[in-house]
Design a protein around this ligand. Structure first.
Ligand code: SF4
Ligand code: SF4
Length: 288
């Protein structure tokens, strides 16, 4: 989306309403694609539609998107959330995540778009990196073949499809560094896909809160992870504690692994023997 050189308190339902017309004009090609599927596409500053894709859209923010953007803007998690996000729900899921807050101009422009392009290009969100390939929550995973499936989005205004540069989806993901984002977000994406698959299974309010907190606010997770109660509950080696204390990206990866473990018991995080009973008691008290 809008290659290189490439807030305002609205209620999410207002934004959704104003975007419905544009969203309906999107064309999702009715075909599941794999990493080996080929397509032609190029996006560059000289193209007549340059930055036309950077308004009137819903941009979901993954945990690594928020991590990169808040660093880029020199903001704390809560500052970034207040200034640049609105809550959004993923269709067919009870989960709430953060979405990028668009400007209140007629086009609902992205706050980072200028006529010269995206001002946060090297830290742009995953959804912008994937475009025109459908990413994340749209993607399906075939457990039999172990392959991810993708979709292609073709919108009338996007002239990139008429360019002659050919890619496989895997080449595109690598070129746009979407593969790095997917790898860092891996545990989180597993949670999102699993909750979508489980559909009607009810999650406690506490689980939904934890999901939102871990998905959006690394500073809050840090406070929790270095509390005495947390450190007494999990088997974490001193060198691992030092690593997540000094390397924020490692802390982010741990937070997502912890979320998956806490919601689904998956992964290799270990609860200390003495903390198991206490955890059960706490869950009974909180209904989690
Ligand atoms: S962050 Fe905004 S300006 Fe940048 S590519 Fe995405 S939509 Fe466009
Ligand atoms: S509309 Fe398509 S080709 Fe044009 S700037 Fe956006 S992504 Fe690139």
């Amino acid at each position: 989306m809008g290659a290189e050189q490439k807030g305002d308190g609205l209620h999410p339902s207002d934004i959704k309403k104003s975007l419905e017309g544009k969203i309906q004009k999107s064309v999702v090609v009715p075909e599941y694609l794999t990493g080996r599927s080929r397509f032609k596409f190029a996006c560059h500053p000289g193209i007549p539609c340059f930055t036309k894709c950077c308004s009137g859209i819903r941009i979901f923010l993954s945990p690594y998107d928020i991590f990169r953007l808040k660093k880029r803007l020199g903001m704390a998690s809560s500052e970034f959330l207040m200034a640049h996000t609105v809550p959004m729900t993923i269709d067919g899921s009870p989960l709430q995540i953060a979405g990028l807050k668009m400007k209140s101009d007629e086009q609902r422009s992205c706050p980072f778009v200028t006529p010269e392009g995206c001002t946060v290009y090297s830290d742009r969100p995953l959804i912008c990196r994937y475009y025109p390939v459908g990413m994340g929550f749209m993607k399906k995973f075939d457990r039999k073949t172990g392959e991810d499936f993708f979709i292609m989005i073709k919108e009338d205004h996007c002239l990139g499809h008429a360019e002659d540069k050919g890619w496989t989806i895997d080449e595109w993901r690598k070129d746009q560094e979407s593969d790095i984002y997917d790898s860092i977000n891996h545990d989180w994406l597993e949670v999102v896909l699993k909750v979508k698959t489980l559909g009607s299974v009810e999650f406690s309010a506490r689980s939904l809160e934890l999901f939102f907190m871990v998905s959006t606010n690394l500073d809050l997770f840090r406070d929790m992870a270095f509390s005495e109660r947390f450190l007494n509950a999990y088997e974490l080696t001193p060198s691992f504690i030092e690593k997540i204390k000094t390397d924020e990206l490692e802390l982010l990866k741990f937070s997502l692994a912890w979320l998956r473990f806490t919601l689904f018991g998956e992964g290799d995080i270990k609860v200390k023997e003495g903390a198991r009973g206490k955890g059960r008691e706490r869950r009974q008290e909180t209904g989690n």
